[in-house]
Design a protein around this ligand. Structure first.
Ligand code: NAD
Length: 354
């Protein structure tokens, strides 16, 4: 296959980690006979410095013409003084909106080699944890009307969802559940919120199309508790923007290591935006200390969700496991008895395993 992939390295450690993900993708291309064409574009502070804005129309057009987009991270102290409308993070929001990506997918798995970094008790980890958290990304209270009274003593934020917004997210949830363990948990607050009642009705309606999927419904307060008490019960979880914001960070904390966590943001077609969940880590930028595995695992998600290359995606995930088995660790995940290596060496090790 031939595929066009836009790279948005961004700021801080972004260029270092994206370079290693590209190295791994090239290794996959060689092994499986694919040609990946890479087109690097500017985003965030790098784009502000070169073009005066955090995302140019040309960069966005390149993303929308590509098969997939792989991003590093944006932001850093250099741009903290920039006016709010032109800050690096605005570039990321404009990118998500401009690409029409409305579903954020975050896998939460605990690599057994790193179980020590998980804050949960070992007995809770006796069953494997493999959750795919799906958060709606472009609706909900974050995009509703806001108001503040003249005396500044009263404020409102409107929560709103349409059936269409819920159903397109739920569809991705059900399709992913079918490819996984066929369990889906829909998280809402339907005992209180009208938006949640619409959410639940829409999911219940769609569930009829997927009789093989075992669907459960959980209130968000209980879901927050169950994620800690018994995380192995979950396969795919779907939820709205606000609840998903909180629960996806909770699931990231369970996995224990920021540098290891990938994500995908998908829209209506197969094109997607892939990025590690962490930021630009300015404190370690340019020192070859960053963990590139979150970005490398994001590249695996890119192969799976945008290019339909399941075996190739699994090859990356297996290679990461083998490198961890061999005891290689970047500084952020290092522990006694392991071999400490830098960002570039980590990329090289994964590429070698492929
Ligand atoms: P951060 O995620 O960049 O860093 C938090 C801590 O984790 C730091 O100590 C950092 O060194 C460490 N860390 C993060 N990623 C790592 C990796 N791959 N390997 C090893 N260590 C890693 O969060 P922050 O410090 O709050 O934010 C720094 C900048 O990143 C800010 O400008 C913020 O706005 C931006 N940010 C961007 C994104 C994004 O691009 N999606 C997300 C979050 C924050």
């Amino acid at each position: 296959m031939q595929a066009q992939i836009v790279l948005l390295p961004g700021d801080g450690i972004g260029p270092e980690i994206v370079e290693q993900a590209v190295r791994v993708l090239r290794a996959v291309g060689e092994k499986f006979g694919h040609t990946f064409a890479f087109d690097a574009q500017l985003l965030g502070g790098a784009s502000i410095d070169a073009c005066g804005v955090p995302l140019t129309d040309e960069a966005l057009a390149a993303c929308n013409a590509a098969d997939a987009v792989l991003m590093g991270a944006v932001g850093g102290p250099k741009w903290d003084g920039v006016e709010p409308a032109r800050r690096p993070e605005k570039g990321l929001l404009a990118l998500r909106k401009g690409m029409g990506v409305f579903a954020n997918l975050r896998p939460c798995t605990i690599h057994r080699q790193l179980a020590g970094a998980c804050p949960l008790r070992p007995d809770i980890l006796s069953e494997p944890i493999d959750i795919l958290m799906l958060r709606e990304l472009t609706g909900d209270i974050y995009f509703g009307k806001r108001s503040r009274s003249a005396d500044r003593a009263y404020a409102t934020d409107e929560m709103a969802y349409s059936r269409e917004e819920v159903s397109r997210l739920a569809r991705i949830g059900f399709e992913n559940a079918m490819k996984r363990r066929k369990r889906l948990c829909s998280v809402d607050k339907a005992n209180v919120l009208e938006c949640s009642r619409l959410w639940r009705e829409t999911v219940q309606e769609m569930a009829k199309e997927y009789p093989e999927v075992d669907v459960t419904y959980m209130y968000v307060d209980n879901a927050a508790m169950q994620l800690i008490l018994h995380p192995a019960q979950f396969d795919v979880m779907i939820t709205g923007n606000l609840f998903g914001d909180i629960l996806s960070d909770e699931s990231a904390a369970i996995a224990g290591s920021l540098g290891m966590m990938p994500s995908a943001s998908l829209g209506a077609g197969t094109r997607g935006l892939y990025e590690p969940i962490h930021g630009s880590a300015p404190d370690i930028a340019g020192k070859d200390l960053a963990n590139p595995l979150g970005t490398i695992l994001s590249a695996a998600m890119l192969l799976r969700h945008s290019l339909g290359l399941e075996a190739e995606a699994a090859a990356i995930e297996n290679a990461v496991e083998k490198v961890l088995d061999a005891g290689y660790r970047t500084a952020d995940i290092w522990s006694e008895g392991c071999t400490k290596i830098g960002c570039a060496q980590m990329g090289e090790q994964v590429a070698m395993q492929i």
